[in-house]
Design a binder for this molecule. Structure first.
Ligand code: WTA
Length: 632
C-alpha cells in the first residue's frame, strides 16, 4: 500500500510527479507487484499508430498477484463473498486460499480442453463466483477472456464469438434475476448455430432447468472439475500480451473489441482502486455492476482482488424481493465501500426512504458512482439517505477503453461538488479541445475531452482492426486520445462530464450505439429506414427514441411497434429496446441525404421551439409531421 495518497497536498504532489516524470512514477507503482522478470523500459509510445507499450518485456502472471501473493498472508480472508438472487438461499464465500484452489483447478481443466496461450474464451455467465474463477483461470493459462453480458441476445453473442474466433464458451444452464428464471444455455446453443470456431462449451449448473447438451462439445462444470488437481503453475505472459477483449458500442457499425493487456492493466486497476476508494486492509467492498461490463472487470474482480480486498458479488437486482435489497446486503456484510450507477440510485429514489429505514448502513465509509453523469438530485439523495451525510461520494469518470478510473475525487481527500468528477488521477493528463482542434487552456472552459499522454490501463487496439482504433480514438485530435465525451472545467479547475458528443447514447449506464440500434430495427422486414436518438429519461439517464419509416400495409401501428421492439430484443437484447417508437412519413434530411439528427434529438426531448436552422432541409414539412406525431 506504499502508493496510497493520504492528503490533498499529497495528491497534488503525486500528480506533479506523475506529469514531470511519468516513467519513474509508474515504475515505482509497478515495483510493488510480483514480476517474473522486470521490464526493460517503462514506456514506448506514439499516438499516431497508435502504438503504446508499458513495462516493455516485463513478464508476469496477473493471477500470481492475486492468488500466490496473498496465500500466506491473508489466505483465510474472504476474497469473494457471493450473495444470491434469493435472500433465503445461502450465500457463499471463497477465501483467497479457496479462490487459489478453484482457479488452479479450472486452469487445469482449460489445459485439458486444449486451451493454449492466446486462445479466446467467451464467458457468458450469470453473477456467480465461478464467473470470476473463469476469468482468472483464463488469465492464469494465458488465454484471452471475453466476457459477454448475459443479457445479450444469441445474435449479439454470435457476433462476438465470431469476431474473436473463440474456441471455448463458458456458460450456465440458466440465470436467476428477481422473480425470473432466464435461460442461458439455450441462447448459447442458438449462437453456436451461427459460429464454427467453438470446440468446447462448459456449463455451470445454477438453475437446474432443462438444457440440451451436445455430445463431445458440451460438458457440465461439476463433471469437468471433479478430481482435478488444485495446484497449477501459472503461465508466463508478457506485459503486452492481451489479458482480455471486451466488446463495447461505438458511434458506427458493430461493437468493437477493446483490447487490454496484462501488465499495464494490472498496475492501473490496483492503483486506482486503492486510491479512489481509499481502501484499507480488511475493508469490505461492494460494486453492484455486472462482470459483463468493464466496471465489473476492473472493480469487482481485478482491482479489489489485486489489493487483497473482500469483494461482494451480487447475483440479483436492486428491487427483489423489495427496494431495500441493496441496503439489506450492506448491513449483512458490513460493507465499507459501495459503488453503483446513477440509474440504480434514481430507480431506488423513486421508492422513497421507507425501504431504507430498517437498515443502519453505519458500516459505510465511501459511496461511488459510475457509468453516466449523476444529476444533482440523485447525488444529494445518495449523500443524505445512504451516506447519512458522512460518506464522501466518488463520482468516477472512465470508459471501457481507459481500463480504470480517470477522473474522480479520492474518497475523503478531494473536496467534492455534486455532479462533478472533480480532478484527474495522477498520471492522467487531460486536454479540453474546441471543435477547431485548439486546446482550451485555463479554467471556465467547455469542449471535448481528450487525454494527451498514455496511462498504463489504456486501450491498445480494437481486436482485429487496428485502423478502427486509430480512426475512433486517435484521429479527431492529432496526438491525443479522444474520449467521445463533452466536458466543462469550472472556475476551480474541476471537471464536470457533460455526456457523449458522438452518436453513442447511455441508457441506464449501458453504452449503446445509435447505428447499432438502427441496424437492428432495420432487420424488421417492413422497416424502410430508421433514425435513433437519445432523450432525457428520469431513471435511465437517457432513453431510446426511434423514428421509423415503415410499410404499413395490413398492419396496425401498435402491432408494428411491438414487433420492432421484439426484433431489437432478438438482435441485441432487452437493454437496447427502444422506449419510444414513432412511425413517421419521412426523416429530416439535407439535400445531400444526411439525416439531421439534431432536429430529431430536439423533438425527442420536447424542445420544439428551438429547432435551429432547418433551411437546408430537402423537405422542411416533414419536420411538422414529425412534431405532430411526437410521442410524449
Ligand atoms: C459515461 C463505464 C459522467 C461517459 C465505466 C463515458 C460517465 C461512458 C461517468 C463510458 C461519470 C462513465 N460521469 N459520465 N462518472 N462514467 N460515464 O465504456 O459518457 O460503459 O464515455 O464505461 O460512460 O461507458 P463504459
Amino acid at each position: 500500500m506504499s502508493d496510497r495518497i493520504h492528503t490533498l497536498s499529497g495528491y497534488f504532489h503525486e500528480y506533479q510527479k506523475s506529469v514531470a516524470d511519468p516513467e519513474n512514477f509508474w515504475a515505482r507503482v509497478a515495483d510493488s507487484f510480483h514480476w517474473k522478470k522486470r521490464w526493460d523500459n517503462v514506456l514506448d509510445w506514439n499516438f499516431e499508430g497508435p502504438d503504446v507499450k508499458w513495462f516493455v518485456n516485463g513478464k508476469l502472471n496477473i493471477t500470481e498477484n492475486i492468488l500466490e501473493r496473498h496465500l500466506f498472508t491473508i489466505g483465510d480472508r474472504p476474497a469473494i463473498v457471493w450473495e444470491p438472487n434469493d435472500p433465503t438461499e445461502e450465500g457463499r464465500t471463497l477465501t483467497y486460499r479457496q479462490l487459489h484452489a478453484e482457479v488452479c483447478r479450472f486452469s487445469n481443466v482449460l489445459h485439458e480442453k486444449g486451451v493454449q496461450k492466446g486462445d479466446k474464451v467467451i464467458i457468458y455467465m450469470p453473477m456467480v463466483p465461478e464467473a470470476a474463477v473463469a476469468m482468472l483461470a483464463c488469465a492464469r493459462v494465458g488465454a484471452i477472456h471475453s466476457v459477454v453480458f448475459a443479457g445479450f441476445s444469441s445474435n449479439a453473442l454470435a457476433d462476438r464469438i465470431n469476431d474473436c474466433e473463440a474456441k471455448v464458451v463458458l456458460t450456465s444452464d440458466g440465470n436467476f434475476r428477481g422473480k425470473k428464471k432466464i435461460p442461458v444455455k439455450g441462447v448459447v446453443d442458438e449462437a453456436l448455430d451461427n459460429s464454427s470456431s467453438v470446440e468446447t462449451v462448459i456449463v455451470y449448473q445454477r438453475t437446474e432447468q432443462e438444457v440440451t447438451m451436445k455430445e463431445g462439445r458440451d460438458f457440465w462444470w461439476h463433471d469437468v472439475i471433479s478430481g482435478v488437481a488444485t495446484e497449477h503453475q501459472a503461465v508466463e505472459t508478457d506485459s503486452e500480451d492481451t489479458l482480455f477483449i471486451l466488446y463495447t458500442s461505438g458511434s458506427t457499425g458493430k461493437p468493437k473489441g477493446v483490447v487490454h493487456t496484462c501488465g499495464g492493466y494490472m498496475v492501473y486497476a490496483k492503483y486506482t482502486f486503492e486510491n479512489v476508494f481509499q481502501y484499507n486492509p480488511g475493508d469490505v467492498y461492494w460494486c453492484t455492476a455486472d462482470i459483463g461490463w468493464i466496471t465489473g472487470h476492473s472493480y469487482i474482480v481485478y482491482g479489489p482482488l489485486l489489493s487483497g480486498a473482500t469483494s461482494i458479488m451480487f447475483e440479483g437486482v436492486p428491487t427483489f424481493p423489495d427496494a431495500g435489497r441493496f441496503w439489506a446486503i450492506v448491513d449483512k456484510y458490513k460493507v465499507n465501500q459501495f459503488y453503483t450507477a446513477p440509474t440504480a440510485i434514481r430507480a431506488l429514489q423513486a421508492y422513497g426512504t421507507e425501504p431504507i429505514a430498517p437498515y443502519s448502513l453505519d458500516s459505510l465509509k465511501v459511496l461511488g458512482s459510475v457509468g453516466e453523469p449523476i444529476n444533482e438530485e440523485a447525488w444529494h439523495w445518495y449523500h443524505t439517505h445512504i451516506g447519512k451525510t458522512k460518506c464522501p461520494i466518488v463520482d468516477t469518470w472512465w470508459q471501457t477503453e481507459t481500463g480504470g478510473i480517470m477522473v474522480s475525487p479520492l474518497a475523503g481527500i478531494t473536496p467534492t461538488k455534486p455532479a462533478y468528477a472533480t480532478l484527474p488521477l495522477p498520471g492522467i493528463q487531460l486536454a479540453i479541445m474546441d471543435t477547431e482542434g485548439k486546446e482550451l487552456i485555463g479554467n471556465s472552459v467547455e469542449g471535448n475531452l481528450c487525454v494527451k499522454f498514455p496511462w498504463p490501463g489504456m486501450i491498445r487496439t480494437t481486436y482485429g482492426d487496428h485502423d478502427r482504433c486509430k480512426q475512433t480514438y486517435f484521429s479527431a485530435y492529432k496526438g491525443m486520445y479522444f474520449t467521445g465525451d463533452g466536458v466543462k472545467r469550472d472556475h476551480d479547475g474541476y471537471y464536470r462530464i457533460l455526456g457523449r458528443v458522438d452518436d453513442v447514447i447511455n441508457v441506464s449506464g449501458h453504452r449503446m450505439g445509435t447505428a447499432e440500434v438502427e441496424n437492428a430495427i432495420n432487420e424488421h422486414p417492413l422497416v424502410v429506414e430508421s433514425a435513433v436518438v437519445g432523450y432525457p429519461h428520469q431513471v435511465k439517464g437517457q432513453g431510446i427514441y426511434a423514428y421509423v419509416i415503415c410499410d404499413m400495409t395490413n398492419r396496425t401501428e401498435q402491432n408494428l411497434v411491438n414487433e420492432i421492439k421484439d426484433t431489437v430484443t432478438k438482435i441485441i437484447g432487452p437493454i437496447a429496446k427502444p422506449d419510444k417508437i414513432q412511425i413517421v412519413p419521412g426523416l429530416p434530411k439535407t439535400r445531400s441525404g444526411k439525416i439531421m439528427r439534431r432536429i430529431l434529438r430536439k423533438v425527442a426531448e420536447g424542445s420544439m421551439d428551438n429547432l435551429g436552422d432547418t433551411s437546408t432541409l430537402l423537405d422542411p414539412e416533414v419536420v411538422d409531421r414529425i412534431i405532430e406525431g411526437r410521442i410524449e
